[in-house]
Ligand binder design. Structure first.
Ligand code: TRP
Length: 445
């Protein structure tokens, strides 16, 4: 394997910050609450946690192994580890998935910009009907397109100016701040009168609202939130240093990611139940709430606390930051693929990808149907299919010695050795079979 002068992350903290920055994003704070509402609350969360522990962490380690042992982009990695086989199509599927995700994700990123503006300018503090306020944005297709373009341009700027310094450093400050703010808001939310109903919805399983697709939805959400199944963690793994512990990193990133999602739920649901003007229909409203949930419930919560503008400005700014570390990782996957596989400059590749994203994003801005389609096709189909093959690849195809060397850093690391047998078993049988079963069940259910 040729060691080129590819970049690596500069420090252990930087590496975790980058991987966590990719994982923690709109998936946790925007998508998770609306999936939880749609999935009926506590039952969805339980299945979700199971998915993270049983497939999420093992598949993340698998992606790290592929990335760090090949030191190449998602497709190049399969070329190197499995020359002249069809495995490279797993990488190509990943690149395509990255495109599809960016095609709707950037639109939501645009919404965060709008809400930053509304918070900072004081407009949000004067709103009385928050659903109508969000609906107005959704109906203004042109504005959404412009906001989306703005966010994509911002992402591109970061990508071009080198991720290592900018993102690694800023993630180390912004991520803890976001965390702290969520905890503060969570405390405010659960101390509102009537919040208890929201907590019950979150933590007390109630089979009444559970849908037959709960497993498929939870698995899709787990892959989405952890940035798995499309080679994002292969690409980031390829920047890891040889001394970093892959198992530990995967556990740290996954637990952190799960924490942020549940915290977001604690901010949103108790306040939604406490602040609703129609308690009889709140459950249905939540379940039918769709993608607007975060942008409707949260501003309402802010208006209940002193200095609402300050809190909402801070929150939406941090949300945009959480989002941009994720869009950077998505753009990185496709950019480095074009750069390495088609021998283009970084600049050319990134701009080319951004243009493609703008096309998809514009269609999503104009058509909520298309937006929803990209969302569900990527999370419920493309990512689990990617995860399925990645499991098989590391479970069956890769040489056991290579896997062992990666997990233990050539025998130097003891952490993770105990899990080695169990780990291979999960990747060989458990994860692929479960993914398959969930698929079939989700399709006929
Ligand atoms: N995980 C990010 C979030 O939760 C989104 C994301 C970034 C992603 N990279 C990815 C999702 C790769 C799937 C695959 O917001």
């Amino acid at each position: 394997m040729k060691e080129t002068n590819r970049a690596t992350f500069t420090s252990k903290i930087g590496m975790i910050a980058a991987a966590a920055g990719s994982a923690v994003g709109l998936g946790n704070i925007w998508r998770f609450p609306s999936m939880t509402a749609d999935g009926g609350g506590a039952v969805f969360i339980l299945v979700y946690i199971g998915c993270v522990l049983f497939f999420g962490i093992p598949v993340m380690v698998a992606e790290f192994i592929i990335g760090r042992s090949s030191k190449a982009n998602t497709t190049g990695a399969f070329h190197i580890l499995a020359p002249n086989t069809s495995w490279k199509w797993v990488g190509r599927l990943g690149v395509l998935t990255g495109f599809v995700i960016m095609g709707f994700y950037m639109v939501v990123c645009g919404w965060t910009l709008e809400y930053i503006w509304q918070s900072v300018s004081g407009k949000l503090a004067t709103v009385t009907d928050f659903s109508a306020n969000f609906a107005a944005l959704q109906q203004d297709h042109l504005k959404q397109t412009l906001l989306m373009t703005g966010f994509a341009a911002l992402t591109l700027l970061f990508t071009l100016s080198g991720v290592r310094k900018g993102v690694e450093k800023s993630s180390k400050i912004f991520m803890p701040t976001l965390f702290l703010l969520l905890i503060l808001l969570g405390i405010r939310s659960v101390t509102l009168p009537g919040a208890i109903n929201g907590l019950e919805f979150l933590f007390k399983p109630n089979m009444e609202h559970v849908k037959s697709t709960v497993f498929l939805d939870a698995m899709g959400q787990a892959f989405f939130s952890l940035s798995l199944g499309m080679g994002c963690m292969i690409t980031y793994g390829s920047y890891f240093s040889d001394s970093s512990n892959l198992t530990k990193t995967a556990i740290q990133v996954s637990v952190l990611d799960m924490f942020v999602a549940i915290l977001a739920g604690i901010v949103i649901f108790p306040s939604a139940f406490a602040l609703t003007s129609n308690p009889d229909t709140i459950l249905d409203d939540l379940i039918n709430g769709g993608p607007g949930l975060l942008f409707i419930t949260l501003p309402q919560l802010f208006n209940e606390i002193p200095l609402s503008m300050l809190w909402s400005s801070l929150f939406f700014i941090l949300l945009a930051i959480a989002a941009i570390t994720s869009t950077i990782s998505l753009l990185e996957v496709v950019t480095i693929y074009i750069q390495e596989e088609y021998k283009r400059t970084r600049h050319e590749s990134a701009v080319l990808v951004a243009i493609g994203v703008l096309v998809l994003g514009t269609v999503s801005s104009f058509s909520p149907k298309f937006f929803g389609l990209l969302d569900s096709v990527s999370a419920e189909w493309m990512l689990p299919i990617g995860g399925f093959f990645i499991s098989l690849f590391v479970g069956w195809y890769l040489d056991e010695k290579l896997v062992y060397a990666q997990l233990t850093n050539e025998g130097k690391e003891k952490f993770g050795i105990k899990f080695l047998k169990g780990y291979r078993f999960i990747l060989k049988y458990l994860a692929p079979l479960a993914i398959l079963a969930i698929f079939v069940y989700g399709l006929i259910g």
